[in-house]
Design a protein around this ligand. Structure first.
Ligand code: AMP
Length: 193
């Protein structure tokens, strides 16, 4: 199985590259952000609980996210899973390892999309014009980047220590970025054989 986590700040292009990877390797796509937005749109009890937190650009509790991930991994993992926006902190990373082990598998690698901060803000403000996302506004974007820097960046060190962290330049031509990601993943697959 090929399980990959896509890492990067908000606006780094994780959504775009995820689509490509899911098709290329025939993976199950898991975006915690998307799943949480769905709960809000459907006004479920969980959605009502998390709306204000997400609108403020903060991370929702690990418990909620981990339960979601566990259900998805348990239900559907044919060729592997692409995780977009998870793990978002070190506790979630540790949990992911445990969950994957529980289902007899592990993470192949974490691909980190590296993009300069000014470009991240520019992209998110551009996306705000059409995304309809209530967290794509200047104030919330600042909070989301702060959450990323404080809580999510340490996840990179966690995977570096395990030899699973692969940085890729995420600034430039989309096709070129996709190609670099695929090259890195293919190399990792060969190494693991
Ligand atoms: P995203 O679509 O990945 O940018 O996520 C949008 C929002 O969903 C984030 O700002 C958080 O409030 C929440 N979220 C998404 N994934 C997670 C996660 N793994 N842990 C905690 N909160 C999350």
């Amino acid at each position: 199985m090929i399980n990959i986590a896509l890492f990067g700040a908000p606006g780094a292009g994780k959504g775009t590259q995820s689509k490509m990877l899911v098709e290329k390797y025939n993976l199950t796509y898991v975006s915690t952000g998307e799943a949480l937005r769905k709960e809000i749109a459907e006004k479920t009890p969980l959605g009502l609980r998390i709306k204000d937190i997400m609108d403020a650009g903060q991370l929702v509790s690990d418990e909620i996210v981990v339960e979601m991930i566990d259900k998805i991994i348990a239900g559907n993992t044919r060729n592997g899973v692409l995780f977009d926006g998870f793990p978002r902190n070190v506790a979630q990373a540790e949990t992911l390892d445990r969950l994957l082990a529980k289902y007899g598998t592990s993470l192949l690698c974490m691909i980190s999309l590296d993009v300069p901060r000014e470009e991240l803000v520019r992209r998110m403000l551009e996306r705000a014009k059409t995304s309809g996302r209530s967290d794509d506004n200047e104030e919330t974007i600042k909070n989301r980047l702060r959450e990323y820097e404080n809580k999510t960046l340490p996840v990179a060190d966690y995977y570096k220590a395990k030899g699973l962290y692969i940085p890729v330049n995420g600034f430039g031509d989309i096709q070129e970025i996709s190609k670099n990601i695929i090259d890195m993943i293919d190399k990792k697959i060969v190494e693991n054989k």
